[in-house]
Design a protein around this ligand. Structure first.
Ligand SMILES: NC(=O)c1ccc[n+]([C@@H]2O[C@H](COP(=O)([O-])OP(=O)(O)OC[C@H]3O[C@@H](n4cnc5c(N)ncnc54)[C@H](OP(=O)(O)O)[C@@H]3O)[C@@H](O)[C@H]2O)c1
Length: 325
């Protein structure tokens, strides 16, 4: 396994982060694994040297955190980097179970820690921007969370670059913990983040951990076969992202072509492209298959020629912003 320093934290993480949205309970989404099958993937990830795990309170409404915590409790906690998130409403009867107010964040992190069976997570992330709560309040709350030892670092996820820049400015002005990471939507079929967010992260020394690096499966098989899997048939969010617009089909075909030339899978070519980007620390890969997890780790050995990187990128055209509002 290759490790890298996550942004400016000094903390070392595996270059593949295991996304835990696919673990928890199939009652939440058809394509999510129940505990025993999830365990098999998490254990194999640890065998392969993966030390970085990303979950959220909302994944399987808490079951993802519970399952991850159960498995990790059998291993040395000091060698793991555990990231979770809060923002989305957890209980439709309780409006304070979502958002980034002090009340919501303190309660939700406390619930996350008890499901994980941990006193501390390594990274606590805000899942989206909260237009109802001043960012000063959110940052002060996150700073207190770090002071109390409930999280070592804080991070953010998809938002506009101007919002992220403002957050960093406020935390620097007020002497508060600053966001150390950006978990954003970035892959060969969605590159709008290259305009503003990624250069901002680079300038500010913020670690970048892209979500849906395989475009929720679109980059793992020929586009006409996208609906060949349960997730391909039922994941509505996949259809909402503009993966087939702006040259997406042609990018998909070029990924397939290069997979043949490199004797690799399409997923490996798509991941090798992301891993080649200087501003990416660790893509967050989602999988329900040991074989696919192994593919992801093997992608670290693929060194794409510069001309092939350019060939993969050439058909891309701007698409509407997708992943946040
Ligand atoms: N912050 C946010 O707002 C946000 C949003 C979305 C996701 N996330 C995070 O990002 C993680 C990954 O997201 P994701 O699952 O949407 O995206 P993804 O990694 O882009 O795609 C996962 C899909 O790709 C397939 N796949 C993976 N490796 C493959 C391979 N080698 N060959 C063929 N198919 C392969 C998986 O199928 P199999 O299951 O069959 O392997 C699954 O259907 C999540 O677990 C979560 O932690 C965060």
């Amino acid at each position: 396994m290759e490790y890298t320093t996550l942004g400016s934290t000094g903390m070392e993480v595996s270059r593949i982060c295991l996304g835990c949205m696919s673990f928890g309970t199939s009652e939440w989404r058809d394509w999510v694994l129940d505990e025993d099958e999830s365990r098999e993937i998490i254990e194999r990830a640890i065998d392969l040297g993966i030390n970085f795990f990303d979950t959220a309170n909302m994944y399987s409404l808490g079951e993802s955190e519970r399952v991850l915590g159960n498995v990790l409790s059998e291993y040395d906690r000091d060698s793991q980097v555990v990231a979770t998130k809060g923002y989305f409403e957890m209980d439709e009867d309780n409006p304070n179970s979502g958002g980034l107010s002090r009340k919501a964040l303190e309660q939700e992190l406390s619930n996350s820690l008890s499901r994980l069976g941990m006193d501390t997570v390594d990274l606590y992330q805000i899942h989206r921007w909260d237009y109802e709560t001043p960012i000063e309040q959110t940052l002060k709350t996150l700073d207190d969370i770090v002071r109390r030892g409930q999280s070592r670092y804080v991070g953010a996820s998809s938002m506009w670059a101007h919002q992220f820049a403002e957050s960093l400015r406020v935390s620097d002005r007020d002497g508060l913990e600053r966001f150390q990471t950006m978990q954003n939507h970035y892959n060969l079929l969605y590159r709008e983040e290259e305009r503003e967010m990624l250069p901002l992260c680079e300038r500010e020394g913020v670690g970048v951990v892209p979500w849906s690096p395989l475009a929720r499966g679109y980059l793992t098989r020929p586009h006409e076969e996208f609906e060949a899997t349960t997730r391909g048939q039922t994941d509505d969010y996949a259809r909402e992202h503009p993966y087939f617009d702006g040259g997406g089909r042609e990018v998909n075909e070029r990924v397939e072509e290069l997979a043949g030339e490199y004797d690799a899978t399409m997923a490996q070519i798509a991941l090798a492209w992301l891993l080649d980007k200087e501003w990416v620390d660790a893509p967050i890969v989602g999988t329900t298959s040991v074989q696919h997890l192994e593919d992801a780790v093997e992608a670290l050995d693929i060194d794409l020629a510069g001309s092939d990187v350019a060939y993969l990128e050439a058909p891309y055209e701007p698409v509407p912003v997708s992943g946040h509002e």
